[in-house]
Ligand binder design. Sequence first.
Ligand SMILES: Nc1nc2c(c(=O)[nH]1)N[C@H]1C(S)=C(S)[C@@H](COP(=O)(O)O)O[C@H]1N2
Ligand SMILES: [Mo]
Length: 194
Amino acid sequence: MAVFGGRRQRGDNPALPPGQFLTGSFPVLSAGPTPSVSAADWEFTIRTETGKTHRWNWAQFMALPSEIISADIHCVTSWSKLNTAWRGVSLDTFFDDVETESDFVMAHSYGGYTTNLPLKEVLNGQAWIAHEYDGKSLDPEHGGPARLLIPHLYFWKSAKWVRGLVMQNKNAPGFWERNGYNLHGDPWREERYS
Ligand SMILES: Nc1nc2c(c(=O)[nH]1)N[C@H]1C(S)=C(S)[C@@H](COP(=O)(O)O)O[C@H]1N2
Ligand SMILES: [Mo]
């Protein structure tokens, strides 16, 4: 493989989606300042179209079954990082008691970031709320105390400092989607921009 500028060319690594380059570092990409959210004040909610709100505080979150997730992550700015290790709780667990007819979700973060997602793409073992990276509490600049982890979509969909999901019946765009990013964001189909 050709090596230049510390990054390796795509070559024939089958784990790399088109147009992506490997990085060994863990870049920080944040559209604004890192909000300071303590676990003690943390709350995660899911609000449905009927207005019903399901809530979890940190202790309730920690009491849910968590799992280790090993995943490749792909940023639309073209870096990919393979075999990242997280601990988190599947969104399937949070949705256990949620009744909704809506097909879409808007994720909201502490600090105001938003991103839209189809509900079916955050269920069935495809998305987590992660609170550990590499066996340690998630660093605030990477979204600690907890962030979304949706590795099969470009990493802008993995909202850092997530504070809630709001069900929506239209696929209304979130922050980056309003600014030209794709509504869906599949890295294997290079769904980068709209
Ligand atoms: N709240 C919030 N979440 C966010 C972002 C952000 O700016 N704010 N940036 C997104 C983008 S573009 C990427 S690539 C990843 C970066 O995560 P990292 O900083 O842990 O590498 O977070 C995503 N989630
Ligand atoms: Mo990104």
